[in-house]
Design a protein around this ligand. Sequence first.
Ligand SMILES: *Cc1c(COP(=O)(O)O)cnc(C)c1O
Length: 508
Amino acid sequence: MTTTTDAAPGEETFDPRTPGEWAAFRTLAVRMVDDMLAHLAGLPQQPAWRPMPDAVRAALAAQPVPRAGVGAEAAYADFVAHVLPYPNGNLHPRFWGWVQGNGTPLGMMADMLAAGLNPHLAGFDHAPALVEQQVVDWMAELLGMPGASGVLVPGGTMASTIGLAVARHAHARAAGHDVREEGLQAWPDRAPRAPMVFYGSAETHGWARKAAELLGLGHRAFRRVPVDAEHRIDPRALRAMVAADRAAGLAPFCVVGTAGTVNTGATDDLPALADFCGEQGLWFHVDGAFGALAYLSDALRPQVAGMERADSLGFDLHKWGSLPFECACVLVRDPALHRDAFAASASYLAPMTRGVAAGGLPFADRGMDLTRGFKALKVWLSLRADGVDKLARLIEQNVAQTRHLVARIAAHEELELLAPAPLNVACFRYAPAGLPEPERDALNEELLLRLQERGIAVPSSTVVGGRFALRVANVNHRTRRADLDALVDAVLTLGAELARPAAALAGA
Ligand SMILES: *Cc1c(COP(=O)(O)O)cnc(C)c1O
């Protein structure tokens, strides 16, 4: 049976209708692809970042609610003029701010294909669902957790939040507490329960606080354990805190280990944490937002080893995996527990044994999202096209480049490395001998802003041991050593300029 194409008078669609309209749209679509590929190919000739001119802000702010459309051509022309030239720089070879991936041309095309096909990935019996399941299975095998359950999510924040939610559920269930039914409320017809608490180092990323709040545990339930000189969790302090909390009538349920901290790239002693969790009956969650992918490299795996012993593991594919935003994954060792923590049935979502709804909604049953897009396609196409080995080599390349940066920092007296740089993150500052300590923070902050505003490079900042640091987090597949050399040269030049107040004013 075919579908009729005859429209009744007044019936509309967002599709082009006539062959002529399709042809015109195709011309525009091809131009969009050409423009974007030209943008990517021309990146090295562009500044790392450019501040938005006031005229652009004004032009965007002036747009009223578009009651009547201007057509795709005109709307696209506005994108080219006002949006395309002013992204935040993360595509650029000299962008190392925060931990933002570059994306890839193939990933971009995969997102186009995914949006074009636009399948609904709550589950259902279709090829895209098989692709997502295969991607999850591949990642589980590659990261040492074969057979784990998993789901793709927008980011490391959601991945780790889901891990913590399963941990909360598992702990409550073992204690005879149906946390899905009762929540964490003090119902008058129930005996009072011990407050649940969990642990992570003081260097744990901010997701843990948000997750504690969202899951009803409260920020207070997240116990920040001190770190050692290498910015790794102090296992003795952890043991003492858990014992003290138990003695005070609290209910410890989970320890979060980090593979690659956001500040310095440190990795906790994961095997020790896994042992401790086993001994204490605690859930072991690993936040491997970027660091987990170091496991793909034979050379780097020892640094993050132990993460494969996690009960749940959250990691991003849009950081060191280089895929376009958004793409992350959570793996849970026990598939039944994972499902138990989230599966919900509704009459309008009942599984069928045949037809489109056969197989139920396995992905919706592993997290919060019901309607989900086809994020798996960019993972699947990219891994198929380039191979995991190439991804591992690029990760090794970033680590080698970071070691090169550290060596260059060490070679200059005016530069100071502020924390060990075991992986792909380096924190340093311009700190010439004559400059008093209190003035160093302000100088480095101004130096950072000039690096960014002049389009030279985009590191970001952090505070290490109370000191303002320039922070380079290198998950950039476009970076060359020469780019890092250019950064060091610019830091030395700008630093010297700023350390001489009169010259600094002239250069501002
Ligand atoms: C980036 C990051 C997160 C958060 O991941 P998003 O993808 O930004 O949500 C969590 N933990 C660490 C260590 C990170 O670097």
